[in-house]
Design a protein around this ligand. Structure first.
Ligand code: GLU
Length: 432
């Protein structure tokens, strides 16, 4: 993916990185940020590219490409997930790491932004291949990982198991135990009770807070949730528990629609108790009283709230004009392009941006890290309460700023997040 300079500013051929850069420039210009700061913050501080040779089951060695990017450490150690997906590139990780900088800054937690990933098809790998890949990747990024330098976590197609493999490898290299080097660990292995549901809890909190400020009753709301992975599944479950009707869910096998409401607990059960569901998919869930529709149809259904919790770039120039929901809460990272957002804004829709709406994950990671450093674990109730309180406070701060400045919530969130980072860069100087 090539870089370009347009009007003196960095742009990229990678859609996600380019979207992150354009959103940043828009807010930076509105704030009157200096060109020096703009150019500093449009590049990551550090990017490590690694090769990851893996001995496959047939005895041959395949080499995968891996990355770890630290966009900014102005506010503290860089923080962000590691994803396994076929479209992972260094440029994409740069864009995602930049989003993490704004996410941590906006959330008021003491971290900069990072991200990593391996370009692979995780569904085509056996468990042992995945273990070897995770361990080798961990060993190769180890020099820049640590509880006070860069703290990874799960992201797309990674979870507690991958974190254990990576952490175990790095701890063995160090010769001592260091649980705070990485978050999203299983509960019995220095993880935190509540972390699994944390992103969905935060995303659903944003939805419920938006209903409050708009005077809407959750019991009257029809909701569509795209993606039934970690973020989408818990978002749907928690919104249903709050009284809303989830009219549609989806995954890579299609959209499952029931205007009377989907039984989300059943969908969880269906995935967890059906060993034939390779990669825990919803295949066949139409048997549970749903109509099966096409993959993208979930975006265009008749509903009040749409939660895109799956892929980047899904709400764009082509799809945005067909979105009927008036409220869009971004559970995924970068699901809306700059053009898509313009169309939604002109149509009067409200978008709660990704780095506000899905910050529950990294806020939960911060709680896990704090517990690890203390060597003391909190109760789940305490963890959940602190998470919901912080998400509620952050949502309302951005909402009030957006109303006051008459800007979109994305612009308001960017302006607040950039301000905290730029103030610290001004204190610390260029020599960061
Ligand atoms: N991968 C999640 C995100 O994109 C969580 C990151 C973290 O906990 O560090 O926000």
């Amino acid at each position: 993916m090539a870089d370009r300079i347009v009007n003196g500013r960095r742009r990229s051929d990678d859609l996600l990185l380019d979207t992150a850069l354009r959103d940043f420039y828009g807010a930076a210009d509105e704030m009157g940020l200096s060109e020096s700061l703009i150019s500093m913050l449009s590049y990551p501080e550090r990017r490590l590219d690694v090769s990851v040779p893996v001995e496959m089951e047939d005895g041959r060695v395949r080499v995968f490409k891996g990355y770890r990017v630290q966009h900014s450490t102005a506010l503290g150690p860089s923080k962000g997930g590691i994803r396994y997906a076929q479209d992972v590139t260094g440029a994409e990780c740069e864009g995602l790491a930049m989003l993490m900088t704004w996410k941590c800054s906006l959330a008021g937690i003491p971290y900069g932004g990072g991200k990593g990933g391996i370009c692979c098809d995780p569904t085509a790998l056996t468990r042992r291949e995945k273990e070897r890949m995770s361990r080798t990747y961990g060993a190769r990024i180890a020099p820049i990982i640590g509880r006070w330098s860069d703290i990874p976590a799960p992201d797309m197609y990674t979870g507690g198991q991958e974190m254990v493999w990576i952490m175990d490898t790095i701890c063995k290299m160090l010769g001592h135990f260091e649980p705070a080097m990485l978050t999203g660990k299983p509960i019995d292995y220095w993880g935190a009770r509540g972390r699994t549901e944390a992103t969905g809890r935060g995303t659903s909190t944003c939805g419920l807070e938006l209903m409050k400020v708009k005077g809407l009753n959750p019991a009257n709301m029809k909701i569509a949730v795209q993606g039934f992975g970690n973020v989408g599944s818990y978002t749907a479950l928690l919104l249903k528990e709050a009284g809303a009707t989830i009219v549609a869910i989806s995954d890579t096998t299609g959209t499952y629609y029931n205007p009377k409401g989907i039984n989300i607990e059943k969908a969880f059960e269906y995935m967890n108790n059906n060993p034939s569901q390779r990669g825990r998919k919803l295949t066949g869930f139409e048997k549970e009283g749903c109509e099966k529709l096409g993959l993208n149809d979930i975006l265009f259904l008749d509903c009040d709230f749409l939660f895109p919790c799956a892929l980047q770039g899904v709400i764009n120039q082509e799809t945005a004009p067909k979105v009927k929901a008036r409220y869009i809460i971004e559970g995924a990272n970068s699901p809306t392009t700059v053009e898509g957002e313009e169309i939604l804004k002109d149509a009067g829709a409200i978008v709660v941006p990704d780095f506000l709406a899905n910050a529950g994950g990294v806020i939960g990671s911060y709680f896990e890290w704090a517990q690890n450093l203390q060597g003391f674990s909190w109760t789940e109730a305490d963890y959940n309460k602190r998470l919901v309180d912080l998400m509620t406070e952050n949502f309302n701060r951005v909402w009030a700023f957006a109303q006051d400045k008459k800007v979109t919530m994305r612009r308001a969130a960017y302006m607040q997040a950039i301000k905290r980072v730029s103030d610290i860069v001004a204190l610390r100087g260029v020599y960061l």
